[in-house]
Design a protein around this ligand. Structure first.
Ligand code: F6P
Length: 547
């Protein structure tokens, strides 16, 4: 077994954490700050352009010590070495997990079955570069000899979310090409995208690791049909390229071998934006920026690999999540970026986090007897302040939140930036400190409220506070800092999976729905659908009544 199987609840640290929890459970963050005047400094990690403040968490030095002990007891250090060494840590699929190799330096060696994969990775990178350069500068043209103006990425899940999020996040760095994403099998979706496109100047990038995914193939086939309404068959090879491990199926689709960008089974879909899956990123922001994104991720990889756990950003972030998930019984965590550019960041993380750690069987094949993967959600601030923040501030649920902010705005509007950042700082302060009943009453009194009015209103205006947050405060949103941030979450996911003793790199949980959808699809033309439960049968029958 590549990874040890250790039930975290059987460790000494776990029992000690349970005991320690009793002393922290009702302690207010205000008290924790009062007890340690160095708290802000003690719980902040400064690394490169990242200032990561963990001090607004319901932890103290003992919590930290015990969480680090837990990491040791579940053999995190060994697991990290095994991961980077290319051992088969995705045991249920018999694969290594080496998205980190995609951003490794040229002089590094990464062996899979005794073969160094770095030369192959750099060969594909150079292919991405030449192709992206040729499309951007107009050398690679469509079948009527016109340069491309639009790129359409056709993919879903990991073959869509990563590229789509990065392209939007880096829109400031974008070139003249307009990038679109077709993902949903909903036919109205692709129609809405293509209605704005000129087939003569559009390049389609079909991204599918397996090249068997229903959504992607349906969209690719329908879009090819639409394209062929105005173009000869031979034109397909000039307008469609593909990223896949399934070369046979891609060729059968009509794509030129020269226009197939390979990927590897040791790169999971949700961690694949660093491979040729990121072709639409390279096309949108230029290869040099794609390279910077990879460089940033590589820096985070080295930080993760080489830094002691108490100063290790992904390790600390992951252990704190475990603390809330397994001791406070918290179920969800929010991610709130204070930049509109990261609008799709939480959606992207949902696949990374929930497809990886939404598992209920331990590495020894037994059902887990503790909580695993958290639910992640979020929207950019300040918008979200006017949407769901009420519940985070005064609701009955404890929701730890990641606040991500950038010191410098890209267009340099200081007035807006000051307002944005004041909100960024104010929210974590408010969530932590809250407002006591005395403070509320005093405030009302000063506003001239009567005792009757104060008695009636005060409790509704109280903020308990003690709501934990991490602040990721980064100098500027650049391809490099974004690469670091994404890689940080990737490693955080890995650490959580190690502690929870699950396999983070398979995704069998998405299969059952796919199987049943195929079965139901095949039944639409039958007179009598095969047996389902009464509810599903009635729904299928009701649908069929429309056609
Ligand atoms: O539905 C799950 C999934 O397998 C994801 O893990 C993956 O990212 C997505 O589907 C797309 O798969 P493919 O790249 O093979 O089309």
């Amino acid at each position: 077994m590549a990874l040890a199987s250790i039930n975290p609840t059987t460790t000494e640290a776990w029992t000690q954490l349970q005991e320690h929890f009793k002393s922290i459970e009702h302690k207010h963050l205000r008290t924790l700050f009062a007890e340690n005047s160095n708290r802000a400094k003690d719980f902040t990690i400064n690394w490169e352009d990242f200032y990561v403040d963990f001090s607004k968490h319901r932890i103290d030095e003992t919590t930290k010590k015990l969480l680090l002990k837990l990491a040791k007891e579940v053999k995190l250090e060994e697991a990290i070495t095994k991961k980077f060494d290319g051992e088969i840590i995705n045991e249920t699929e018999g694969r290594a997990v080496l998205h980190t190799a995609l951003r490794a330096k040229r002089d590094q060696t990464v062996l899979i079955d005794g073969v160094d994969v770095i030369p192959e990775i750099y060969e594909v990178k150079s292919k991405i570069k030449s192709f992206a350069d040729a499309v951007i500068n107009g050398e690679f043209k469509g079948h009527t000899n016109k340069s491309f103006t639009d790129i359409v990425n056709i993919g879903i899940g990991g073959s869509d979310l990563g590229p789509a999020m990065v392209v939007e996040s880096l829109s400031y760095y974008k070139n003249h090409l307009k990038t679109h994403f077709v993902n949903n099998v909903d036919g109205d979706h692709f129609q809405e995208v293509i209605k704005r496109l000129d087939p003569e100047t559009t390049l389609f990038v079909i991204v599918s690791k397996t090249f068997t995914t229903q959504e992607t193939l349906s969209n690719a086939n329908s879009i090819r049909e639409w394209f062929l309404e105005t173009a000869p068959k031979e034109a397909v090879s000039k307008h469609f390229v593909a990223v896949s491990t399934n070369i046979k199926n891609v060729k059968a689709f009509g794509i030129d071998e020269a226009n197939i960008f390979p990927m590897w089974d040791w790169v999971g879909g949700r961690f694949s934006l660093w491979s040729a899956v990121g072709l639409s990123i390279a096309l949108s922001v230029g290869y040099h920026n794609f390279e910077k994104l990879l460089e940033g991720a590589n820096k985070m990889d080295l930080h993760f690999k080489n830094t002691s756990f108490d100063k290790n950003i992904p390790v600390m972030a992951a252990l704190i999540t475990v603390w809330y998930n397994n001791f406070f019984n918290v179920e969800t965590e929010a991610v709130i970026p204070y930049t509109q550019y990261l609008n799709q960041f939480a959606t992207y993380l949902q696949q990374g986090i929930m497809e990886s750690n939404g598992k209920g069987v331990a590495r020894n094949g037994e059902k887990v007897n503790y909580q695993t993967g958290t639910i992640v959600w979020g929207e950019p601030g300040s918008n979200s302040q006017h949407a769901f923040f009420q519940l985070i501030h005064q609701g009955t649920k404890l929701i730890p939140a990641d606040f991500i902010g950038f010191a410098t705005s890209l267009h340099g509007n200081k007035d807006h930036q000051d307002k944005l950042m004041s909100n960024f700082f104010a929210q974590t302060e408010a969530l932590m400190n809250g407002k006591t009943q005395e403070e509320v009453e005093q405030e009302l009194r000063l506003k001239g409220a009567t005792s009757l009015e104060i008695n009636k209103l005060a409790l509704f205006k109280v903020f308990e506070g003690n709501r934990p947050t991490t602040t990721y405060f980064i100098e500027k949103l650049t391809p490099e800092s974004l690469g670091k941030l994404i890689a940080m979450y990737e490693h955080k996911i890995f650490v959580q999976g190690i502690v929870w003793n699950i396999f983070s790199y398979d995704q069998f949980g998405v299969e059952l729905g796919k199987e049943l959808a195929n079965k139901i699809l095949s039944e639409f033309d039958n007179l009598e659908p095969s047996a389902h439960d009464a509810s599903t049968s009635a729904l299928v029958k009701h649908y069929k009544s429309y056609y």
